[in-house]
Design a protein around this ligand. Structure first.
Ligand code: PLP
Length: 400
């Protein structure tokens, strides 16, 4: 009898973590490596949030809590959804978990049966297809190509939906492209979804607050109120509040689904960390002005990286609306050979040669389901970004 479950054969380890580990190993071996693979802000958690956590410890808020969140945090989430998204939810419609990742996983585990399909636009966040597979469902990939700025068209969504589609996973702004859907673009997708009542919508709003140039964020349940009863709106404090290590994510949706998610969490992790929950209450209820300051820095870095990448012949990089990623296409470089003699037939070849020959670590596009491209995270200093893009420019100029 095999030690490992058959389910495990269906999934792969996170490719972004594989790249980060390889870059760390090269760094430890003394190489001059610049990592552009990070999926987290390089800013520190705001001081008022840290103080709230220290207070929670001092006050002994260190015991088990309600499985899917303390009432104070659920109320803060309801207030946030009203304030930012004009959405009305009661605490009974809210679930808090150990990061957005656990929330998404709980929702898929709670709903998928063998044969159920989940439509995922590509490029996608690496975990969506594997989570669907772990939960026993079938991922159906719908391509959102560079020509449409990596945004899914209504026709591509329509073509991917079948009678077996249970979920459509929507992520704006997107990891890995940074693409943010305007209200009109999102409305065009929700119009398609209105025609398919069997489809539930999982909206991953994790990068909501990281938007630039006055872009107006919107979410499906807000854009199309008729979809409210079939939408799970997922969000968290990881990215906007620079709290990736605190592990708090949440969702709001139909009470029946929230109850099913609670059941799964009650038999796996139980409640998310009590101290982190109190910190998240402060993050959501406290001052939000640091967001504008952080976003000014991110927007500057995005422009720096996009400008430098677009100067390279064979590389084309749309200007994304949000998050802290850009996703250049390298269609013009495929088939070339690097200065050290590496043949560049795929984006994985490109990323491997780039790391080995220049010390710049990026994640190849195949990991996100759309090639030939790579992802750059610009959540690092202007100096590191300038140096990394200079090295990428030199590497590409030397291709023959
Ligand atoms: N959704 C997207 C699109 C992400 O990029 C991430 C993190 O990388 C998550 C969800 C999960 O975030 P968390 O740290 O809250 O689990």
């Amino acid at each position: 009898m095999s030690l490992l479950s058959a389910t495990l054969d269906r999934v792969k380890p996170s490719p972004t973590i594989v790249v980060t580990t390889k870059a760390q190993e090269l760094k430890a071996a003394g190489q001059d490596v610049i990592g552009l693979g990070a999926g987290e802000p390089d800013f520190d958690t705001p001081q008022n949030v840290k103080d709230a956590a220290v207070r929670a410890i001092a006050e002994g808020r260190t015991k088990y809590t309600a499985v899917d969140g303390i009432p104070e945090l659920k109320r803060a989430i309801c207030a946030k959804l009203k304030r930012d998204n004009a959405l009305d939810y009661t605490p009974a419609q809210v679930s808090v978990g150990t990061g957005g990742k656990q929330i998404l996983y709980n929702a898929l585990m709670a709903t998928l049966n063998p044969g159920d399909e989940v439509v995922i636009p590509a490029p996608y966040w690496v975990s969506y297809p594997d989570m669907v597979l772990l939960a026993g469902g079938t991922p159906v990939i719908a391509e959102a190509r560079a020509e449409t700025a990596y945004k899914l068209t209504p026709d591509a969504l329509e073509a991917a939906i079948t009678a077996r589609t249970k979920w459509f996973i929507f992520n704006s702004p997107s990891n890995p492209t940074g693409a943010g859907y305007t209200r009109a673009e999102l409305k065009a997708l929700t119009d398609v979804l209105l025609r398919h009542p069997q489809v539930q919508i999982m909206s991953d709003d994790m990068y909501e607050h990281l938007v630039y140039d006055g872009f107006e964020f919107c979410t499906p349940a807000q854009v199309e109120p008729q979809l409210y009863d079939r939408t799970l709106t997922v969000n968290g404090v990881s990215k906007a509040y620079a709290m990736t290590g605190w592990r708090i994510g949440y969702a709001a949706g139909p009470e029946k689904l929230i109850g099913a998610m609670r059941k799964i969490q009650s038999q796996s992790t139980s409640n998310p960390c009590s101290i982190s929950q109190w910190a998240a209450v402060e993050a959501l209820n406290g001052p939000q002005d640091f967001l504008a300051a952080n976003n000014a820095v991110f927007a500057r870095r995005r422009n720096l990286v996009v400008d430098m990448l677009n100067q390279i012949e064979g590389v084309s990089c749309p200007v994304p609306e949000g998050a802290f990623y850009v996703y250049p296409s390298i269609a013009g470089l495929i088939g070339k050979t690097s200065a050290a003699g590496a043949q560049i037939d795929t984006d994985e070849d490109f990323a491997t040669a780039l790391l080995e020959e220049t010390g710049v670590a990026v994640v190849f596009g195949a990991a996100f389901g759309l090639s030939p491209c790579f992802r750059v995270s610009y959540a690092t200093s202007d100096e590191a970004l300038t140096e990394a893009c200079t090295r990428i420019q030199r590497f590409c100029a030397a291709l023959s």
